[in-house]
Design a protein around this ligand. Structure first.
Ligand SMILES: O=P(O)(O)OC[C@H]1O[C@H](OP(=O)(O)OP(=O)(O)O)[C@H](O)[C@@H]1O
Ligand code: HPA
Ligand SMILES: [Mg+2]
Length: 216
């Protein structure tokens, strides 16, 4: 039988309250919910903003066929919703993914962004690349990928991110399209993980520090 070294979750429900987009009461007794201190962005707030941003991006890319590249794994949930919010055009869009990893089982970037599964230069050259991130924190991952696609000869590169944590930047990086800014707290849900957990939560919430303080 597998034995978890993770601290036992506290038995308490979550009442999102502080942030402008919170407010949902999470009453489930599921372990994942119990590890959340505060709901920052409810499912409804996420859906509304993603729909709005999708429409804006579709309008901006009218007449072009963007190469929409999602960063695995964190961006997968956001990307699935975003592309469905982009009004279909005759040109359409192309979906691709790259794998980038730098956090592992921590809440602070290791400083080294490991890229894999990147595209062939021939697939990127002359294309309008729209990089989709779940979060821009230190900025290292997004900058590494944007530079990578520029070096491959993209006609243009733009960054769309669900979240941005500007207080944590170590390299300058400003998303071209952003859903929400968040403060300096480790957040999970809607694709974002801690040590491969919490990605399936339908909202974005602050992870209880007790859940990672023994790891970092
Ligand atoms: O701005 P940064 O400090 O670079 O942080 C942002 C990146 O970190 C996370 O990826 P992670 O390494 O956790 O991989 P994952 O997407 O598989 O969770 C997140 O998904 C972003 O890609
Ligand atoms: O706050 C965060 N949560 C989850 N993954 C992350 N990667 C960078 N920052 C974060
Ligand atoms: Mg991660």
């Amino acid at each position: 039988m597998a034995v978890s070294t993770r601290p036992a979750p506290c038995i308490r429900s979550v009442t999102g309250s502080a942030a402008a987009h919170s407010g949902a009461m999470v009453t489930s007794s599921s372990t994942l919910h119990r590890d959340i201190d505060e709901v920052l962005l409810t499912q409804e707030a996420l859906a509304a903003r993603v729909a709005q941003l999708g429409r804006q991006i579709a309008a901006d890319y009218a007449g072009r066929r963007p190469l929409v590249v999602g960063t695995l794994k964190g961006a997968v949930v956001f990307m699935a919703d975003l592309v469905r919010a982009m009004e279909p055009t005759p040109e359409g869009l192309q979906l691709e993914f790259v794998r980038a990893s730098s956090y592992g089982a921590g809440t602070v970037s290791s400083g080294k962004v490991a890229l894999s599964g990147t595209l062939a230069a021939a697939d990127v050259e002359g294309r309008h690349v729209l990089l989709v991130e779940d979060i821009v924190d230190s900025g290292r991952t997004a900058v590494a990928l944007l530079e990578h696609f520029k070096a491959m000869g993209a006609a243009s590169v733009a960054l769309v991110s669900l979240l941005s944590k500007p207080s944590r930047r170590t390299v300058p990086c400003e998303p071209d399209y952003l859903c929400f800014e968040v403060e300096d707290k480790f957040v999970v849900g809607y694709g974002l993980d801690f040590d491969e957990q919490y990605r399936s939560l339908p909202y974005v919430g602050v992870l209880r520090p007790e859940c990672y303080s023994s790891v970092d």
